[in-house]
Design a protein around this ligand. Structure first.
Ligand code: WT7
Length: 652
């Protein structure tokens, strides 16, 4: 984010007070804040009682900074809480998912249906030898079997590691190896942009590497031609369909590992963020209820995120299912077959709560109001945003064109690491400002501090930190306990550092200002500069690479790479080469990491200690005058880079 934008944020005078009608029936009550402030542990303990525990906990919190354990001694099963409980309490006929495939095929799954399908899948995993404590990699299109597979793992106490279907074979292999998964659940492919794409060949390629994967369970989604390894591969419909539909869920310790989810950090190696059971389920279900104001009997809730990201885990597979929500699940892209697809689905399923990302909202704005205007969106009563700061223009458009000035907007700040929403307005309580996430939720202790760790007040910006453990916090980085402490708890003593800049405005509203570290945010997805750099230098023509995230009107940030070619490689090949390099990065990491722009340079700006000064490159990438470069080892470098690029531009 550029400095001008940062200084503009937080100067917002428009405020939208909650409507009295909404407030009268809101799940959230102002007393939640006072309760949490007066008895922090008691507050979270109270929220935990909403879950079904086979055995109650002995202690609410064991805090050994930075390692927390919540509800120790307690035992429960995640899947039982998401599914069985609803069936046993008479809610089995309620729809859990209205699934819509991209080609237009539909499936309706009630909670009873989910119990049957998940039980069969759990029995299938047991037949394959999966045991509690094992890791299962899930690499799927966005179809119900992805949810069923996750729930089946949770049911038998195996940790799932979902890898987003857009990741490459290389990324998939790395994650399978790191978690030491023994089973991969995948599909022949899925539907996207009006065509079938293949997933199974990516798994085949990944498994050419060394792993302990014994079996690959394959859902038949597209019926495309699929290469088969008879010793290893099994069709889901052959194995799962013949299983008993009865499976008794076993309870596990509150601190039993529920899942691992890999996310980008500041180094090239992704971090395996892992979450455990009792605390995670407590906070995801609680926040889902108060932030989205879910009324399970009447609402139709739609979170547009893929299950491959934390948003899909917390606000599709766990939080909403614990709350017995009826959800929409859509497989494909928002412009297939037409740019009104999402709006058509809102109309068709009478969606009442929509949770989506700013990048999609800005895309809709660009496409034009005629698409939402041609559909009946009057069922909507609440709108949510997540993944990156939402700019005030997009927020206003969301409110007016999608919400018809009738829906509270919740801008929810959180992270893979936090597991649940931490900062958000509460509908019916908080007066909102366009673009602001407003403030920490009850039970969350957030502070903005400066470089020296001094607490910052209204009207100032600094770093967002969290000061107390919270139930759904990550429990560590898989296999790297020290990395957890170093990354999150070492910069400011006693505080969790989120990596985001933030500002309290004059009225005390909180504004998120984007990442302050070497992590980019592309369409709400985290990609580290180091990861892309490492992919670039793995190409034979690249000697050195520096990557920055430059402001992008649509995707929030776009990836811009500066590269130095190896000796003997001709600059003039320029265009073919940069095309090749973009494809190379997509192949190494996945299409989301494809650079928007690659610039060939002769030098990179480095400090005397050899650290690349990305700030200066960002100035170039965003077409600004280059800032202070006095700490460069060679102060002329930026001049050379700018001049070199000028020449390159005039040659175009
Ligand atoms: C990073 C976490 C949380 C699910 C999606 C992303 C950015 C997230 C917001 C928001 C401003 C936001 C932050 C954060 N972010 N939500 N409402 N306003 N920034 O999860 O991949 O773990 O990324 O996304 O920079 O640190 P993630």
């Amino acid at each position: 984010m550029s400095s001008e934008e940062i200084s503009n944020l937080g100067n917002e005078s428009r405020t939208f007070a909650p409507s009295a009608a909404f407030a009268a029936h809101a799940n959230a009550k102002p007393s939640l804040y006072t309760e949490a402030n007066s008895d922090y542990e008691g507050f979270w303990e109270k929220q935990a009682t909403a879950l079904a525990w086979e055995k109650k906990w002995d202690r609410v919190l064991e805090w050994n900074l930075p390692f927390a354990k919540w509800f120790t001694g307690g035992k429960l099963n995640a899947s039982y809480n998401c599914i069985d409980r609803h069936v046993l309490e008479g809610r089995g006929d309620r729809v859990a998912f209205h699934f819509e495939g991209e080609p237009g095929d539909t499936r309706t799954l009630t909670y009873k249906d989910m119990l049957r399908e998940v039980s069969k899948a759990a029995n299938a995993l047991i037949e394959l030898g999966v045991k509690a404590g094992d890791r299962v990699a899930i690499y799927m299109p966005h179809i119900p079997e992805a949810v069923i597979a996750m729930q089946a793992c949770a049911r038998i106490g195996a940790a799932h590691s979902v890898i987003f279907g857009g990741f490459s074979a290389e990324s998939l292999l790395q994650r399978i190896q790191d978690a030491d998964a023994t089973l991969v659940i995948t599909a022949d492919g899925g539907f996207r942009k009006g065509a079938a794409f293949a997933l199974k060949p990516v798994v085949d390629e990944a498994l050419l590497g060394t792993t302990n994967v014994r079996k690959v369970l394959v859902v038949q989604r597209t019926k495309q031609e699929t290469a088969w390894n008879a010793d290893r591969d099994i069709w889901w419909h052959e194995l799962v369909e013949r299983q008993s539909d009865v499976h008794v869920a076993e309870s596990f310790d509150s601190e039993h590992v529920l899942f691992i989810l890999y996310t980008s950090g500041t180094t090239a190696k992704p971090k395996g963020i892992f979450h455990t059971t009792g605390g995670y389920l407590t906070q995801t279900s609680f926040t889902h209820k108060i932030v989205f104001d879910l009324k399970a009997e009447t609402d139709v809730y739609w979170c547009t995120a893929d299950v491959g990201w934390i948003t899909g885990h917390s606000y599709m597979v766990y939080g909403p299912m614990i709350n017995g929500a009826t959800q929409v699940m859509y497989e494909g892209t928002p412009d297939t077959p037409n740019k009104d697809r999402i709006f058509k689905l809102i109309e068709k399923y009478k969606v009442t709560i929509l949770y989506t990302a700013p990048t999609l909202i800005r895309t809709w704005m660009k496409w034009g109001d005629e698409f939402p205007n041609s559909c009946d969106l009057s069922s909507l009563r609440l709108l949510g945003s997540v993944g990156e700061p939402i700019n005030p223009e997009a927020w206003m458009w969301y409110r007016e064109v999608i919400g018809h000035n009738n829906c509270p907007i919740v801008d929810t700040w959180w992270q893979t690491e936090t597991g649940a929403i931490m900062v958000s307005p509460l509908p019916g309580i908080t007066a909102t400002k366009p673009g602001s996430a407003m403030g920490p939720l009850p039970g969350v202790d957030a502070t903005v501090i400066d470089d020296e760790g001094k607490v910052i007040g209204n009207g100032h910006s600094g770093y967002l930190t969290l000061n107390k453990p919270w139930p759904s916090m990550m429990r560590g980085v898989w296999g790297e306990p020290e990395r957890y402490r170093e990354t999150y708890w070492s910069r400011f003593e006693g505080r969790y550092f989120a990596g985001d800049g933030a500002k309290w405005d004059e009225d005390g509203a909180l504004w998120l200002l984007g990442r302050v570290d070497d992590v980019m945010n592309i369409s709400g997805h985290r990609i580290s500069t180091a990861e892309v750099e490492s992919a670039l230098v793995s190409h034979e023509s690249v000697a050195e690479a520096a990557v920055v995230g430059a402001t992008d009107a649509m995707t929030g940030q776009g990836i811009v790479a500066f590269i130095i070619l190896r000796g003997g490689i001709d600059h003039v090949e320029g265009e073919a080469l940069t095309k090749d390099l973009k494809a190379h990065v997509a192949k190494e990491i996945g299409a989301i990491a494809r650079p928007r722009q690659i610039m060939v340079v002769n030098e990179l700006p480095k400090t005397r200690s050899g650290k690349i000064m990305r700030r200066l490159l960002r100035d170039v990438a965003e077409n600004r005058a280059v800032g202070d470069s006095t700490t460069l080892a060679d102060p002329n470098v930026m001049k050379l880079i700018s001049e070199g690029l000028q020449t390159a531009k005039s040659e175009d």
